[in-house]
Ligand binder design. Structure first.
Ligand code: ARG
Ligand code: ZN
Length: 416
């Protein structure tokens, strides 16, 4: 009887399968000081159903690193007790994930209508790609560069005034499904381009002289899954042979020192590199397009979250890139531009040093294809909300990021 009442009660407030799924879950931040404490984290990872937020997998944890992970409601007290007993330095970043989840939709009105300062579903984004192209025919065109594993069209927008022999900048968003601020940025970027063209001289010049390829969501199937089933999903949604676990980490799937470091061969891991390089249809579509246009593409920018980092090659090795000095000074200047608006602080440097070594990532791949200006952004925040960045932060996050992207674009234009 009671059980039935509870069920009815839950059903009446819950419109989505995941509406209350995160109640009682916690996100911890631990800073292991030595190998022994790293061991403890690995123990938790293999015994307590822990979801790593930062770094992306337990195997990437090293001493002195900030480690954020999510723990299931039923295990959160046990995990906290273990952390206390072990004497490891920790704090509770998010006390009740459900509250943070509700806070991400903090702009009160919910509609399915497209909005630049809200998170849009894939359906809404897909319709928007058609509309924005139709409304700006001399500035925006849309193409399909392939299909996802589940059969969705992968849309690519090309921005720029048409002209002979134009060079281009490639920008993608939504590699990782749960990093919702990323697709929001790609949409914002397109909006700013079409609204500022002919009004703002710097933007007009950029679009007159360069094309921008914008891929609003790479991992569309994963993004859809975060809306319908599991907000914390990261990987693609492809099935794996001889495993019940689903998905490949798209940013470990490129053919650059593939699966040699910072990636897993286990399909159940969040950093699974896939059965082969470019096994994922989404990645194959992206790399095919870039290979085909490699002589015109002068910069590659890929947007992730969270951590507030601006990374450049390499991640697959500690060796510094041939263009280290130039990339480092661009990253420094771009970070400074970004901070000029709201004082948001970014760290910058090669991925392996600033974050962790990890092979098969897209900026390393693009760089080794000869695209010198290759950067990964990790947008806001630094863990207060993590992947659940509230909608009220979309506008400021996109505005400040745009300053950095424009800085890089101008630099590229001046160094063609
Ligand atoms: N968090 C991102 C990822 O793990 C960072 C990417 C850095 N670059 C890289 N090539 N691993 O995919
Ligand atoms: Zn990511």
């Amino acid at each position: 009887m009671w059980g039935l009442l509870v069920l009815i009660g839950a059903a009446s407030v819950s419109a989505h399968p995941q509406d209350l799924a995160f109640d009682g879950q916690k996100v911890f931040r631990v800073i292991p000081q030595n190998d022994e404490q790293v061991e403890l984290i690995n123990f938790l990872a293999s015994n307590m159903q822990v979801d790593f937020w930062q770094p992306d997998s337990a195997t990437l944890v090293r001493p002195k690193m900030e480690v954020d992970f999510r723990v299931e409601a039923g295990k959160s007290f046990e995990v906290e007790d273990l952390l206390k007993e072990s004497g490891v330095e920790y704090r509770v970043l998010i006390d009740n994930l459900q509250a943070a989840l509700d806070a991400q939709f903090d702009s009160k009105t919910r509609t399915t209508k497209h909005s630049y300062d809200k998170y849009n579903s894939w359906e809404t984004i897909a319709a928007w790609t058609a509309d924005i192209a139709a409304q700006n025919p001399d500035l925006v065109s849309r193409s399909v560069i392939g299909k996802t594993y589940e059969g969705r069209s992968i849309y690519l927008l090309k921005l720029g005034k048409s002209g002979p022999n134009k060079k281009a900048i490639f920008l993608d968003c939504g590699f990782h499904a749960r990093e919702w601020i990323s697709p929001a940025f790609c949409q914002w970027f397109v909006k700013e381009a079409v609204e500022s063209y002919g009004k703002d001289t710097a933007t007009t010049k950029l679009l007159n002289r360069l094309d921008f390829y914008v891929l609003p969501v790479v991992n569309i199937d994963g993004y859809v899954y975060t809306w319908t089933n599991d907000r914390m999903w990261r990987k693609t949604r492809s099935k794996n042979a001889e495993s019940r676990c689903i998905g490949t980490d798209p940013n470990r799937n490129l053919n650059v020192a593939w699966c040699s470091i910072g990636a897993s061969k286990n399909p159940c891991d969040p950093t699974y590199c896939g059965p082969a390089p470019e096994s994922e249809k989404e990645i194959k579509a992206l790399t095919d397009f870039i290979r085909k246009n490699v002589s015109t593409i002068k910069a590659y920018l890929t947007i992730h979250s969270y951590s507030q980092l601006l990374l450049f090659p390499y991640s697959y090795t500690y060796k510094s890139a041939a263009d280290y000095d130039e990339l480092n000074s661009i990253a420094g200047a771009a970070s400074k531009e970004l901070a000029s608006l709201y004082k948001t602080k970014y760290k910058y440097g090669p991925g392996a040093e600033i974050l962790y070594p990890a092979a098969g990532g897209s900026e390393d791949w693009a760089y080794d294809q000869g695209i010198k200006y290759s950067f990964t952004f990790e947008l806001r925040d630094t863990g207060r909300y993590g992947f659940l960045l509230p909608e009220s932060q979309i506008k400021p996050t996109c505005e400040e990021t745009l300053l950095a992207v424009k800085y890089i674009a101008n630099y590229v234009l001046e160094h063609l």
